[in-house]
Ligand binder design. Sequence first.
Ligand code: SAM
Length: 332
Amino acid sequence: MKKQCVQVDKKKGEHVRKALMEKGSLDTTVRIASDERYIYIPLIPDADLTDIPLENAQVIEHEFMLHEKQATLKHILGYIPKYEMIGSIALLGPEETDIERTANALLQVNPHIKTVLAALSPVEGEFRTRRFIFINGENTTQTIHKEHGCRYAIDMEKAYFTPRLATERSRILEQIKDGEVVVDMFAGVGPFSILIAKNRPSCRVMAIDKNPEAVKFLRYNTALNAVSNVETIEGDAKEEVRKYARIADHIIMNLPHTAQGFLDASMMIAKPGTVIHYYDITPEDDLYSASLGHIEAAAHRAGFNTDTVSTRIVRSYSPHQFNVCIEVRITG
Ligand code: SAM
């Protein structure tokens, strides 16, 4: 069948596919097609292509085949269920009603799925964890997730992890130069820190987290990925940064909702030239200005000024709220 798609050079295909998937613009009902030079990534009708890296790519019509697996799911259930893959765990979307029937169908058609879970709670508490209900397969919340050539051991109930930030993590990596010092103030199990450390072996990466379980996995993951340039620090980022004045070339602040309370602490490790990568959840009618105001005010309190490097929507969070990234360079 013919569909609208993005035609892109094979080398760039995975990057574009991931970005489209995160946007919800990828048509998963058909198989991605390819020829010697290009990959053809199918789009849903009226696909949102904002922020998709489309350099040297074009939107064209192309012939696609039905995905056998998807066709079977559709055959069994009458529709294609929404779920997220974290390692070998399928996490059902909140809209799923007949979760047992859906779980059975997923286990039946997808040999990569070993466990099916549904979330019992939103991301909550200081450590940003979730509770899950086990539905079928192997009864576990632990898995190993692969992303950008790295492997992450995860216990989904004990520490935060989402595969939805995969594109965002590679965007940050692109900005890090050899030899720089990166402080990841809320590192979790290490998906920003380890990706950077592995791809920039001359960088010093300091990965802080307060959740002892997250740090346990972070330490394990540094070994799993054979990186030796990550310093794992268990503790409150507000306190830990006091030990490292004016050290950072990049500060990653991935604690949406609460990062504002850590801005004064981040200024202790900042120096002229430091880039702060600040994540927030903001309303659609004020995506950036309030958060930028908080960053500027903290910089002024520390005797610095700021230049805005970039602002962008990372993903939608709720009908009228967005997860945004604001990047600011500290100036003297
Ligand atoms: N950056 C990681 C990622 O992308 O998967 C984790 C992000 S998660 C939204 C925020 C992390 O901040 C959690 O792992 C939580 O345990 C940690 N955290 C919360 N309060 C903290 C604090 N005061 N100091 C250091 N880490 C903290």
